[in-house]
Design a protein around this ligand. Structure first.
Ligand code: FAD
Ligand code: NAP
Length: 349
């Protein structure tokens, strides 16, 4: 068993982007898969809960944690295969997501550019099938590897096995708390595969000749748009979009459209529509609104901000008020996107 530098009673405030101050009983940063296995062995021996963290940008921590928090910091990027048209890029779970996107666009590869500036680690990206500007991780994932927490065996999951859906995957359901993702292999194209339909992106790239466009230019446009409306977690603690965009049936969509002609919504399939949760919140007066020193962001109502570093419980109380209000105004139930960790939700391994 590899030696581990396990610390006791560590604050997690700097390890989650909402800057919530909870204490973990044990804490360890792992830089190799061997260290990761030793950490899993520790959890088994102690029979304590396990909390995996990458960038901590999609979690809400509501209580002190009684187990081991494992910060995934494994490193390594290499080309697994390359042809004239396609590159398979293997990236360790602890690598930074945005750095990976920028590395790929600098090589002149296409596929990840719309996903620039999403915070967090590569290993967490498949958990919610990260998406932005019309592209989801699933479109570029060849396969991933994960260690089974119970048996500590390495398993391989191809795209189908991950059961990706809108901000969703098997890792939020049947495999929740069952595996640690250790490596993600991306399939990237050496020729353009654009997804430039989102209005903001179209506007930003309006002056460009599409035939001359590079993936790096698209990534830079995405970065500029994001910087103009999303708060930097290092300056204003937040976890990105706090709610998923609700998917509703056509009857409710039509009812709402009649009442609110400006409603922002997109057809998902013949019978269902995706409502822009940011619009619902903005129109109900939540953009920039403060309550108990917590606020919805003044440039994007979907982003809950925690400038005064309030507790996770205070954040959830605020969120309950928002959810109730949206239900009252539109008859729509908002669903929280980040994962909540508290005494009620700790899992034993
Ligand atoms: P963490 O918050 O550390 O972990 C998230 C979950 O994954 C936890 O349950 C954790 O236990 C688990 N986990 C972490 N690593 C592993 C692993 N190796 N194996 C198994 N489980 C693991 N999301 C989008 O989809 N699109 C966006 O455009 C977007 N924009 C954002 C903008 C901002 C400003 C912020 C703060 C967040 C945004 N997010 C977005 C949300 C977030 O960045 C992503 O969900 C990201 O993938 C989370 O990565 P992380 O490493 O921070 O995960
Ligand atoms: P936006 O571009 O103002 O769009 C508002 C909403 O409309 C988005 O939620 C988006 O849905 C939807 N939309 C816009 N154009 C669309 C199209 N052509 N087809 C289908 N749906 C369309 O949104 P934004 O808030 O500035 O965010 C930009 C992108 O970054 C979005 O994709 C968003 O999901 C992503 N983002 C995610 C997070 C997070 O934490 N999850 C945080 C910041 C930004 P989708 O959300 O389904 O794309």
């Amino acid at each position: 068993m590899t030696d581990l530098d396990i610390q006791e009673q560590v604050s997690l405030q700097t390890y989650n982007t909402l800057a919530v101050d909870v204490t973990t009983r044990w804490f360890v940063a792992v830089r190799t898969n061997e260290q990761l296995c030793s950490a899993l062995q520790f959890v088994k021996t102690q029979q304590c809960p396990l909390l995996l963290l990458g960038g901590g940008s999609n979690v809400v921590l509501t209580d002190d944690f009684s187990g081991l928090t494992v910060l995934i910091q494994t490193q390594g990027v290499h080309v697994e295969q390359q042809s004239d048209t396609r590159v398979l890029l293997s990236v360790a779970a602890g690598e930074n997501w945005h750095d990976t996107v920028m590395y790929s666009v600098k090589q002149g590869w296409y596929g990840l550019e719309n996903l620039a500036l999403i915070p967090g680690s590569v290993g967490a990206a498949p958990i919610q099938n990260i998406g932005a500007y019309g592209v989801e991780l699933t479109q570029c994932l060849e396969y991933l590897e994960a260690i089974d927490i119970d048996t500590q065996t390495l398993q391989r999951f191809d795209r189908d096995a991950c059961q990706f859906a809108y901000r969703d995957s098997i890792f939020k359901h049947a495999l929740k708390d069952k595996v640690v993702i250790t490596r993600v292999v991306f399939t990237l194209s050496t020729t353009p595969v654009w997804s430039l339909d989102y209005p903001a992106l179209q506007q930003a790239l309006g002056g460009y000749d599409k035939a001359q466009l590079s993936s790096e230019q698209v990534a830079q446009a995405v970065i500029a748009i994001r910087q103009s409306k999303l708060p930097d977690p290092a300056l204003i603690p937040n976890a990105g979009s706090f709610f998923k965009n609700p998917i509703v049936d056509i009857a409710l969509y039509q009812e709402l459209r009649e009442q609110y002609p400006q409603l922002v919504a997109y057809a998902v399939d013949e019978g269902r529509y995706k409502l822009a949760a940011g619009w619902l919140l903005d129109n109900a007066g939540w953009k920039g609104r403060w309550l108990n020193r917590i606020a919805m962001h003044d440039k994007q109502a979907l982003v809950l901000t925690n400038p005064h570093k309030q507790s996770g419980k205070a954040l959830l109380a605020f969120v309950d008020t928002v959810i109730d209000d949206i239900q009252r105004v539109y008859g729509v139930q908002l669903e929280i996107e980040p994962r909540i960790y508290g005494n009620d939700t700790q899992s034993m391994c």
